[in-house]
Design a protein around this ligand. Structure first.
Ligand SMILES: Cc1ncc(COP(=O)(O)O)c(C=O)c1O
Length: 378
């Protein structure tokens, strides 16, 4: 383990007692994130209110996020969840003769729910992959046509950690004149995302998974040229050029993606986000990704040794941190392992072992052993 990772691990108190490998659901708590949330309450208690300081924390988080994905600050909106971000896009798209929205079956269900609620405006079609639902660029190419307005997909699958090559997908999507929307909730914080190099049009993520934060705040990136042409329908005073004009009769949307801001920011969550991104920014995402590929390799090898069935891709370049193991009664296994102080996350028929940079090889091995014990003692 890199010395810097080892040192940072000391700031996650949970590792004194427990093995937490649940970054696909909730990453471990860093002391500075807790401190930041406490700071919000401290300023409230002592100063009565501190609108300027509270807003600034959210703005700092927005700037950090923008830098991390190589976007401009004005290309990022502060929203409350990924569902909110997808709904904002769905309601703001300009209706033209392109009516088709393609959603992949590896997307998190909330994305399907959002788009399906707009069936009165769009033809929503799902893309299914051939092998294990793993979609490749040919699958996109086959489904895209001149009626496609937007393709919605996930960078990394919440279920089995399948990781897509976003630049390749963007090329296919743009060749047919459609937009690409990426749900990066399962990738942001565990690997590099460069929206310019990858040529992504729209991207959303929350902070609770690999980004070391808490729920209640999320970010929406929309490429400047596209954002300028969109009129948000989920909106509010902070989406205006000057919220403090208090002009009830007129709308004057803010420049670029900031127009997708809505009401008062989720300030407590903004404090947590600012602190969480500061921790992540101590490291290069390339080093984090390499570390997680190494831990992935160990998880797969240990699972193979014990005859467990791995649902995740074996090619480490095509997989995120999450190694999903097929388990009967996965949610019961999650509860049982919790009693042994091992925190994993179940989804349907799999248990997900999802380390972050702070986890050790030994923790991954112990977790796989515990999963194997559970399956043999069923
Ligand atoms: C890939 C992905 N997208 C979206 C969500 C849900 O996002 P939200 O609750 O912020 O709408 C999750 C939650 O687990 C997820 O893993």
């Amino acid at each position: 383990m890199l010395e810097a990772f080892r040192t940072e691990r000391l700031n996650f108190p949970i590792f004194k007692e427990k093995i937490q490998l649940s970054s696909c659901s909730q990453s471990a708590m860093h002391v500075s994130v807790k401190e930041a949330v406490n700071d919000y309450f401290r300023t409230w208690e002592v100063n009565g209110m501190d609108w300027k300081g509270w807003m600034q924390a959210c703005e700092n988080a927005r700037l950090s996020f923008a830098k991390m994905i190589n976007a401009d600050k004005k290309e990022v909106a502060i929203v409350s969840s990924v569902s909110h971000a997808a709904s904002s896009i769905a309601t703001s798209l300009i209706k033209n003769n392109r009516k088709k929205i393609l959603v992949t079956e590896l997307d998190f269900p909330t994305i399907g729910h959002v788009w399906q609620s707009h069936r009165d405006s769009f033809d929503v079609t799902f893309i299914k992959g051939k092998e294990n639902d793993w979609i490749d660029k040919e699958d996109y190419n086959t489904m895209l046509d001149e009626n496609t307005l937007l393709v919605s997909t996930s960078h990394v699958s919440y279920y089995d950690g399948y990781k897509q090559h976003l630049k390749e997908i963007a090329d296919v999507v743009h060749h047919k004149g459609a937009y690409l929307f990426v749900d990066a909730y399962q990738s942001f914080g565990q690997c590099e995302i460069d929206v310019k190099k990858m040529n992504i049009d729209m991207l959303a993520t929350g902070l609770q998974k690999y980004a070391l934060g808490i729920p209640g705040i999320a970010f929406l990136y929309i490429k400047n040229e596209i954002a300028q042409s969109l009129t948000p329908k989920i909106t509010g005073w902070f989406g205006q050029r000057n919220p403090f004009l208090f002009d009830i009769r007129n709308t004057d949307y803010a420049d670029s993606t900031v127009r997708f801001d809505t009401g008062t920011f989720p300030m407590v969550n903004g404090f947590a986000a600012e602190a969480a991104l500061k921790v992540l920014n101590k490291f290069s995402m390339d080093e984090v990704e390499k570390r997680l590929q190494y831990l992935s390799g160990i998880a797969i090898e240990e699972a193979d040794k014990r005859g467990l069935q791995v649902k995740s891709p074996r090619d480490l370049e095509r997989k995120g941190s999450n190694t999903a193991i097929l388990v009967n009664n996965a949610s019961e296994a999650e509860s049982r392992l919790l009693k042994q102080n091992i925190i994993l996350s179940a989804r349907n028929d799999v248990l997900r072992i999802a380390p972050h940079f702070y986890n050790t090889e030994e923790e991954v091995i112990t977790a796989v052993e515990a999963v194997a014990d559970f399956t043999t003692n069923l």
